[in-house]
Write a protein that binds this ligand. Structure first.
Ligand code: NIG
Ligand code: FE
Length: 411
């Protein structure tokens, strides 16, 4: 199947040669072609260029995109899409003055979701999760990472990872799986933390590796959750089982999680609401991608990742949703991009780079996703007719998407 899209008002994020990420010094630039064509063969981008150089092609389908913009699909490198039920009551409790921490301390939070997950059948969790996945696909997400972490038992964690695997098998978008057994300590291990870590390392990890259920290992490195030392132990064990670390750090406190992630060559360190100068310094000479989750800051009313300071220091930055029932019940990458511009003062160019190519890097798929490059996946967003791509963050509450392509097909 050959699809030719013509008269595209502007084609964004074009990269003639494949790049893996853009650094802070390069993020201000978003290469584009105005009045462009794009050629799709099967599931891949075959060619693109200016309409003046439109080659003679026999296409099966021709789309006239006059007035419309095309960009690569969003690459959402951090989500917890697989969960059971919701936490609406905690949302109202927070409105009434309780903090996220207070709610967690009285057995709510992650443990509340873990209880629900363990009480729900695998089939039912799949049914609930696929609705969320379909929703984000229609919002322009073309690749997504999904974490476990609401099981906190071997059965529950395996159940979640099998659901992620089934989603990956049944849906065309690229899905990467992350094992987050170290999301919280289950109640019965509250006084025996070493016991739970032992269970993660000696029971869960071998089973997960045996069935190839995960690509990455994650830990919630935070005061009251997993210490830096415990995080290092789990990352080390995950690496032995072939899982690269991608970790939750600096959400509420800066306790050395970033440095630990870098030490273990983490692919990404995520959240970063609380950053001190040493954290920024540590990231400078690393290959670890910092990932900001502005919808989480928005929903919990906590600080936003200091993007300007980080970019000024030359650091790359990726943007992701953190879609989960507690801190971010939204998987809308368009809102993430808008919020990054509005609240973190990222420019539209920086935010689009962060949500495409740098997001792809943060889940290890930038060879195939995240830019308009020949040979990359034809996972694309075709906008409605809009005045410029500034509209994407500017008209933050509007759905500007006309259609979404996954593997070269409109979904
Ligand atoms: O990334 N911070 C840790 N984990 C999730 C939230 C988990 C929850 O509240 O269910 C996050 O924000
Ligand atoms: Fe998260």
């Amino acid at each position: 199947m050959i699809t030719l899209i013509t008269n595209i008002k502007e084609l964004l994020q074009i990269r003639k040669t494949s790049i893996s990420k853009v650094s802070g010094t390069e993020m201000a630039e978003l290469p584009t072609i105005k009045n462009a064509f794009l050629l799709i063969k099967e599931d891949l981008i075959a060619d693109f260029g200016s309409m003046e150089n439109l080659p003679e092609i026999k296409a099966d389908k021709i789309i006239d995109a006059t007035g419309q913009i095309i960009l690569p699909s969003w690459c959402d490198s951090h989500t917890h899409i697989v969960y059971a039920g919701n936490r609406e009551q905690e949302f109202v409790d927070r409105i009434n003055g309780f903090s996220y921490e207070e709610i967690a301390n009285r057995g709510g939070g992650i443990l509340n979701s873990a209880k629900k997950l363990n009480e729900t059948s695998e089939e039912e969790i799949y049914e609930q999760s696929k609705i969320r996945l379909e929703e984000v696909m229609h919002l322009g997400t073309g690749a997504v990472e999904i974490k476990s972490g609401y099981g906190l038992t071997i059965e529950g964690e395996l159940k979640m990872l099998r659901v992620i695997k089934k989603l990956a098998e049944n849906y065309p978008i690229t899905i990467k799986a992350t094992f987050l057994g170290a999301h919280a300590f289950p109640l019965h291990y509250k006084e025996n933390k070493a016991g739970y870590i032992d269970e993660i390392i000696t029971k869960m990890l071998p089973e997960i590796a045996k069935d190839k259920l995960a690509d990455f290992v994650d830990v919630f490195c935070e005061t009251g959750y997993f210490s830096v030392e415990e995080t290092e132990k789990i990352m080390e064990a995950g690496i032995k089982f072939g899982l690269k670390p991608k970790i939750h750090v600096n959400q509420f406190n800066s306790i050395g999680g970033i440095q630990a992630g870098i030490k273990f060559n983490a692919l990404s360190v995520d959240h970063l609401e609380i950053m001190n100068p040493e954290d920024i310094e540590a990231l400078k000479d690393s290959e670890t991608m910092p990932v900001a989750l502005p919808s989480c800051s928005y929903f919990l009313s906590i600080p936003y990742t200091p993007a300007r300071e980080m970019i000024k220091a030359g650091l790359p930055l990726a943007l992701a949703t953190d879609f989960n029932p507690g801190s971010t019940p939204s998987g809308n990458m368009n809102f993430v991009v808008a919020t990054a511009c509005i609240k973190m003062k990222m420019t539209p160019e920086e935010a689009i780079n962060a949500a495409t190519i740098n997001g792809a890097y943060a889940m290890g798929i930038s060879e195939t996703h995240g830019s308009i490059t020949r040979g990359k996946k034809a996972n694309l967003i075709l906008t409605k007719a809009i005045s410029s791509y500034y509209q994407i963050p500017y008209a933050f509450g509007s759905n500007l998407i006309d259609s979404v392509f996954v593997d070269g097909q409109i979904i």
